[in-house]
Design a protein around this ligand. Structure first.
Ligand code: SF4
Length: 421
C-alpha cells in the first residue's frame, strides 16, 4: 500500500478500521477525497504501515478542517503558509470544496468612476497626486457612463459591479456621494451585486450606502500593520480598520485584502492574513492583488510576483477564512493560464473581468472566456440569486425591490480605497 493509493480513497468507503488509520484520517482529512473505493479493499490490515504514515504531512493538513475560526495565531498561520507548496495547494483545494462549488468562479467588473488626483500617498498607486505617472486627474464619470458600463458588465456575465473613486474620504463631496448612492440603487435594480471603494467612510455614509442596497464595501488593508507605514503615510492602519468596522456595523459586507510584491516579507503577508482572519467576522471577500509596478511610482522597480507566492497567499487565505470569496485580482494579467489554474485550485473563486482594473491593464475578456472553457470553469451566480433561505439574499432582494420602486436617477461616478481591487 502506498501513500498515493491511500490518498485517493473514498470518503464513503473508508471506515477507520484500525486506530492508526483513524488517527491518520482525522489529521489529514482523507475523508474529503472522493475517488476509487476499491483501493481501500486492497489494504492488508495486518501489514504495518510505515511509521511516516502516522505523521501529518504538513501543518496545512492539520488546519484544513473548513471550520470558521476567529482565534488564529500568527504562528499557526505562518506554519500553514510555509507548508510544502503541493501540500498547501492540495489542502486549499480541499477546503475550497467544503464550502463552494470549485467549478464556479464569480466574474466582477471594477470601474474607476473618479480617476487620479488622489491626496493619499500609497506608494504602489499611479493615481496618487504625490507621484508623477501618466494617470491624470479626471472628474467623476457621468450617470450614463456608469450605468452603461454596469449594463455592459452584466451582459458580459459579471454578477458584481464595483465602483472605485480615487479619494481619501468623502468629506466635502456631498453632491458626488448623492450621485453614487443613486448609482448603487440603479445597479441593484439590475440585479447585480454592487460594491464601492470610496476611501474612508463615516457611520452616516455607511448607513446611506446600506439603505441604497450596497452589497459590499472594499477597503483594503494592503499589507501588515508593521509594513504599512513604509507604503502609506497619509492614512493609518487603525483608520482603515475603523472604516471596515463602520461598514460591518452598517450591515454591509466587507471586502478587504491586500497586495503582495510591495517589498514586504513573508511575515508581513502572514500578518495581514492574521489581521483579516481575526476580525469579528471574516470579510465576505478578500482580494489578493499582485503588484503591477507602474512607472513613476516609488515601487516602479519592484520585481513581478511569482505565481507560487500567489498560490501560498490564496491557499492560506482559503484555509483560515474558508467561507470567504477569495478574489484573484490585480496582477492576474501577468499570469499564464496554467498559473491562473493553480490559483483557482488553491481556492480563488473570483476574478475581475474587463480590460482595466481601475487604471492598470487586465486580462482580455475573450481570453478569459477561453480559459473558463479550457479549465471547465463556469460563472458563479450572484449571491442575490442563491435563494430565499439566504439572509443576504433576503436583505438584498428587499433593497433591490425598494430601489426599483423609487427609480431615482442621479448622474455620476467615482472610484476607490483602492489598491486595484
Ligand atoms: S490606492 Fe486609493 S487611496 Fe491610495 S493613492 Fe491610490 S486612489 Fe488614493
Amino acid at each position: 500500500m502506498t501513500l498515493i493509493s491511500l490518498r485517493i480513497l473514498s470518503s464513503k468507503a473508508i471506515k477507520p478500521a484500525a486506530p492508526r488509520l483513524a488517527a491518520l484520517s482525522q489529521s489529514a482529512r482523507w475523508y474529503t477525497v472522493a475517488s476509487n473505493p476499491t483501493q481501500f479493499a486492497s489494504i492488508d490490515e495486518k501489514t504495518p504501515l510505515p511509521q511516516s504514515f502516522n505523521q501529518p504531512l504538513s501543518v496545512a493538513s492539520q488546519h484544513a478542517h473548513g471550520r470558521l475560526r476567529y482565534d488564529w495565531t500568527k504562528e499557526e498561520i505562518e506554519a500553514i503558509y510555509h507548508s510544502p507548496i503541493m501540500e498547501l495547494l492540495y489542502h486549499g483545494a480541499n477546503v475550497h470544496r467544503l464550502h463552494f462549488n470549485p467549478r464556479e468562479v464569480q466574474q466582477c467588473t471594477l470601474l474607476s468612476i473618479k480617476t487620479g488626483g488622489c491626496s493619499e500617498d500609497c506608494k504602489y498607486c499611479p493615481q496618487s497626486s504625490k507621484h508623477s505617472t501618466s494617470v491624470k486627474a479626471q472628474k467623476m464619470l457621468d450617470t450614463d457612463e456608469v450605468l452603461n458600463a454596469a449594463r455592459a458588465a452584466k451582459a458580459a456575465g459579471s454578477t458584481r459591479f464595483c465602483m472605485g473613486a480615487a479619494w481619501r474620504d468623502l468629506a466635502g463631496r456631498k453632491s458626488n456621494f448623492k450621485k453614487i448612492v443613486g448609482f448603487v440603487k440603479e445597479i441593484r435594480a439590475m440585479e447585480m451585486e454592487v460594491c464601492c471603494t470610496l476611501g474612508m467612510l463615516n457611520n452616516d455614509q455607511a448607513k446611506m450606502l446600506k439603505e441604497a442596497g450596497l452589497t459590499a464595501y472594499n477597503h483594503n488593508l494592503d499589507t501588515s500593520r508593521e509594513y504599512y507605514p513604509k507604503i502609506i503615510t497619509t492614512r493609518t492602519y487603525d483608520e482603515r480598520l475603523e472604516t471596515i468596522s463602520k461598514v460591518r456595523e452598517a450591515g454591509i459586507s466587507v471586502c478587504s485584502g491586500g497586495i503582495i510584491g510591495l517589498g514586504e516579507t513573508d511575515v508581513d503577508r502572514v500578518g495581514m492574513l492574521h489581521t483579516l482572519s481575526t476580525l469579528p467576522s471574516h470579510p465576505e471577500s478578500v482580494p489578493v492583488n499582485a503588484l503591477l509596478a507602474v512607472e513613476g511610482t516609488p515601487l516602479e522597480k519592484q520585481e513581478p510576483v511569482k505565481v507560487w507566492d500567489m498560490v501560498r497567499m490564496i491557499a492560506t487565505a482559503r484555509i483560515v477564512m474558508p467561507k470567504t470569496m477569495i478574489r484573484l485580482s490585480a496582477g492576474r494579467v501577468r499570469f499564464s493560464e496554467p498559473e491562473q489554474a493553480l490559483c483557482f485550485m488553491a481556492g480563488a473563486n473570483s476574478i475581475f473581468t474587463g480590460d482595466k482594473l481601475l487604471t492598470t491593464p487586465n486580462n482580455e475578456y475573450n481570453r478569459d472566456q477561453q480559459m473558463f472553457d479550457t479549465l471547465g470553469l463556469v460563472p458563479k451566480p450572484s449571491n442575490l440569486r442563491q435563494g430565499s433561505d439566504n439572509p443576504d439574499y433576503v436583505a438584498n432582494a428587499a433593497a433591490s425591490a425598494a430601489a426599483s420602486e423609487k427609480k431615482e436617477c442621479c448622474g455620476s461616478h467615482s472610484c476607490s480605497s483602492h489598491a486595484h481591487a
